[in-house]
Design a protein around this ligand. Structure first.
Ligand code: GRF
Length: 198
């Protein structure tokens, strides 16, 4: 399944998708010097910089991305550290074909600065979630999660690193399941091979 990946920065999840042999036809970054662009180029994958600063509003920025994704023939769009809020129109256009990875056990700890908030809340576990994107941020049918322990002496960096290892495992796994046609959505819940995903 031809896949587009949207990034804004480091691109370690992009690297995991590349390493897993996902058929990535385009990597888009809204940040011109995002480190992930170099990873894509090294792997021989087409890249596009679509800088939100060049657009008057979110809608025209999103339309430019949709055009680039469609021109590349992608059928699935993966957000991988993409740091822009997407318009409802973009999300509706790519409904059930747009997925994200978030570094918490959703629905807990949506939004930014996740790891420090998990530590401050004295949670004893955290993790990561792959989900279909819906207009409400960090919501949407959950496809896959992985759990890690939170250690007593963790700082945000240590916890982030432990979770990132799991992100790199579950994101490619989830994309492969979708590519194999094994993921469906019913009543806004994800099913794998017809059974509840989580
Ligand atoms: C990851 O932690 C991901 O869960 C979050 O942003 C981070 C991106 O890291 N959405 P990378 O750019 O993939 O290295």
């Amino acid at each position: 399944m031809k896949t587009a990946v949207l990034i804004s920065g480091r691109g370690s999840n992009l690297q995991a998708l590349i390493g897993a042999g996902i058929d990535i036809v385009l990597v888009i970054s809204n940040v011109p010097d995002a480190r992930g662009l170099g990873r894509a180029k090294k792997a021989g994958i087409a890249t596009a910089v679509i800088d939100h600063k060049d657009f008057d509003d979110r809608e025209t920025f999103d339309q430019a991305m949709t055009k680039a994704i469609e021109d590349a023939g992608a059928e699935l769009v993966c957000l991988a550290g993409f740091m822009r809020i997407l318009s409802d129109d973009f999300i509706k256009h790519w409904w059930d074909r747009l997925i994200n990875i978030h570094p918490s056990l959703l629905p807990d700890f949506k939004g930014l600065d996740v790891h420090q908030r998990v530590i401050d809340a004295r949670a004893n576990q955290s993790g990561c979630t792959v989900h279909f994107v819906r207009p409400e941020m960090d919501s949407g049918p959950i496809i896959m999660q992985a759990t890690v322990p939170v250690m007593a002496n963790d700082d945000a960096g240590a916890l982030a690193a432990r979770i990132l290892v799991q992100e790199h495992i579950i994101y490619p796994k989830a994309v492969k399941l979708i590519a194999e046609g094994r993921v469906s959505v019913e009543d806004d819940k994800a099913l794998i091979d017809g059974s509840p995903a989580v």
